[in-house]
Design a protein around this ligand. Structure first.
Ligand code: HGY
Ligand code: MN
Ligand code: MN
Length: 404
């Protein structure tokens, strides 16, 4: 099968997206529910409309494009996201949304009547509100109300206030008529590259368990306070950060990971003993038992470090999700589609979270991975080739055209 429109579409669309949230040293910052994400969605909608597709937005700001009329049932939804982490790359999420648009164009060029829609979901990244997959979670009913109400951005502005400011509402109407969800995404790891494999078919998605840990010691004069009298919250945080890493290493054999990705320190000046330090902890795993051991180890070590150092602490869950197994029949069909397309492929888990997590309980859900250079992602150096996105489009097209 020869792609007719994809390369031109991808080249044009990446060029249109490029200036949005662009950073002087390369890479992008397009945080959720900020003007950069708004601009990405507007750019996507304008392009889809110009291509002659029906375009709409739902009441939490997700954007859609389709050739079929409103009210169509049983369609396949190709989705991903357009927001990024801070100092992120241009392909995380964007590759999947553009691949979806390319599939719509290729199906139309072949006069294939299959009902397929593309979705760009809001706030997939947890970078701004410490909660992920908000847009897809709201329209699939998988985002708990208490998590939504507790979420606030990096300046402390509630997520609900952002929705209201956009004229959106939290009680989103559930997505109707979607019979199957597929997502193309860069792997964000280096397994495909190391195995020389062109396509990954995802079997399971690791669940993020995210916590905010607030350590309260005592801010004091850094010159006049003798060492034995100090309750230094940043020193306690340093021990906790290494304890989290060690817990992750102990569970690495079970494909679990553990990271402290963000530190906020107060008063954060050279001549004051730190008094309050807040850590953001990200635990991930595809096995519930391993995740449980990880959580118990982290909780136990936080307790021990704080007791020994006389530090008060509050460990609060920000976002707890379950590991997701993806549809086996779809996995087989995607492998067959890659085979038909003449592309090397392998079945593999995803350590990263995706909007596909929001759909796995709702309908048959599948994911296609394409390699990214050296597995680098959530980094301004993130890169993949247009030809690799085209490979993903080819697999989706073979699957959807029933040619698999
Ligand atoms: O953080 C993640 O797993 C994904 O990039 N949203
Ligand atoms: Mn990401
Ligand atoms: Mn992503």
């Amino acid at each position: 099968m020869k792609l007719t429109v994809t390369e031109k579409l991808l080249t044009e669309m990446f060029a249109r997206f490029a200036p949005i949230g662009a950073l002087p040293g390369g890479g992008v910052t397009r945080l959720a529910y900020t003007e950069q994400e708004d601009a990405m969605h507007e750019c996507f909608r304008d392009a889809a409309r110009a291509l002659g597709f029906r375009v709409w937005t739902d009441c939490v700001g997700n954007s859609y494009a389709a050739a079929f009329p409103e009210g169509t049932q049983g369609y396949t939804l190709l989705g991903s996201h357009l927001d990024s982490v801070i100092e992120g790359g241009e392909y995380d999420g964007v590759a999947g949304v553009l691949a979806g648009l390319a599939v719509l164009c290729e199906l139309r060029a072949r006069k294939n009547p299959l009902p397929v829609a593309v979705a760009a979901f809001r706030c997939e990244e947890s970078s701004n509100f410490r909660v992920c997959t908000v847009g897809s979670g709201l329209v699939t009913g998988t985002l708990e109300d208490d998590v939504l109400r507790a979420a606030s951005d990096r300046q402390g502005v509630p997520l609900l206030a952002h929705l209201r400011a956009h004229g959106y509402e939290k009680d989103a109407a559930l997505l109707r008529g979607c019979a199957r969800y597929l997502e193309l995404h860069i792997e964000q790891g280096r397994v495909l590259q190391e195995r020389g494999c062109e396509i990954g078919v995802v079997s399971a998605i690791a669940a993020p368990h995210r916590y905010v840990l607030r350590l309260n010691g005592m801010a004091e004069h850094s010159g006049a306070t003798p060492m034995p009298l100090r309750r230094d919250s940043l020193c306690a945080a340093a021990e906790v950060i290494l304890a989290v890493e060690r817990a992750g290493q102990e569970e690495a054999a079970n494909d679990s990971v553990a990271t402290v990705g963000a530190v906020e320190n107060r008063p954060n000046v050279m001549n004051a003993v730190p008094g309050t330090t807040t850590l953001q902890i990200d635990l991930r795993g595809i096995r519930e038992d391993s995740l449980r051991r990880l959580e118990q180890a982290v909780t136990r070590r936080v307790e021990e470090i704080c007791a020994r150092r006389g530090i008060d602490y509050a460990l609060k869950a920000a976002d707890i999700k379950h590991p997701v197994q993806l549809d086996e029949a779809l996995q087989r069909a995607l492998c067959a589609a890659a085979e038909t397309a003449g592309l090397s492929h392998m079945v593999m888990p995803s350590g990263a979270g995706h909007d596909a997590m929001s759909f796995a309980e709702l309908c048959p859900t599948g994911m296609v991975f394409i390699p990214c250079r050296d597995g680098v992602s959530h980094n301004i150096r993130e890169h993949t080739e247009l030809s690799q996105i085209e490979n993903g489009v080819l697999v989706l097209l073979h699957l959807l055209s029933g040619e698999a």
